[in-house]
Design a protein around this ligand. Sequence first.
Ligand code: PLP
Length: 391
Amino acid sequence: MQRFGDEELRYLQQVIDSQKLGSHHGDMTPAVEERFARKWGAQYAICVNSAMSGLHMAVAAAGVGPGDEVICDPVVHFGACAVMYNNGVPVFADIDPYTFTIDPASIRRCITERTKAVICTNLFGLPCDYDPIMQVAAEHGLIVIEDNAQAVGATYKGKYTGSIGHIGVFSFEQSKQLATGDGGMCITSDKRLHDEMRITRLIGWLPEKRGDPAERWRQGRLGWNYRNTEMVAAVLMGQLDKADTILQNHRAAGAILNEALEGCRWLLPQRVPEHCTHTYWVYGCRFEGEKVGVELHDFQQLAAREGLSASYHYTTLTAAAIPLFTEVRAYGRGCPLNCPLYEGQVSYGVEQTPRCQELLDRLVLVGFSAWDLDFCKRQAECLSRIREAVE
Ligand SMILES: Cc1ncc(COP(=O)(O)O)c(C=O)c1O
């Protein structure tokens, strides 16, 4: 099976035949939205041109504005950017050191009277721990946004991620499990959140009034143009035709490396809790070489000699310590972090999320490919040789 091939071409041909290339006019976008919502167990799906657009719309739909805080994942900064697009203030919670996902107890500690929402990243393809997250959100009336850009096909207690929080945001950028080159999707089962996002996706017009110039502004908001093209919807249709096989390949690739690292005390694959399935966008491990007297640098040299394809820097700094925040750069003049409407006091720096920084300093990403399981097997053999040398 080719990653992109006959399935995608068939739907692309339909789009060309229709002579309607914009989602304003065509039928492919509503069709793929309906199909996606059904597959992911949500009432509504809204196709967009990227996950960043989707996150922007999701944070807006959560009602976040100047002076509001949103609790964010500290490994990646995508959610925090979306908060600032809405003139809100990101507050970083720390992670669980072994699952690498946001720690519900840390979320609880970050809550203030200004908190409006939480953005949880299903990191590398693994779901966050949603039961306690939804519990704390319910107690404080917070909207939970799942950044599911990396985790298409992951499940938590039998439900697909993206459908567990109030809004789930997906990415179909080239490297993702389901890809359209660029593209994204927001899903929700909340009609109000859905209606808000439909409006902001389309320049702030009421979608059902867009043909009526006098009416379309009447209840509109400030919005953006985050429309996808019909070609993106067509490629996504093709990807959905073979989604089960693609996602199975991702799990199979992960399983090959898991087997090679079974029982390893010093190179610990991201821990997958019993009630979760991982969908392996990348394969992350925590290096604990001190248990066997091996420095990271020595491991890197050994790995290179044994032919292991690996990288050691996903991001070097916790999002809480990147200059965008520590130097209050934001829009170039500090806004919205120093907004006069903001009555809180937020701090940024490594010390805000030490467990995240510690993980990033020890993170090993073992190269793998869901499209080449033989490569994964060779990687597994390298890992076995490295283990023999170290242990
Ligand atoms: C966790 C996460 N969120 C958001 C994004 C942004 O996705 P997009 O490129 O579709 O805007 C990415 C991109 O890799 C991501 O990994």
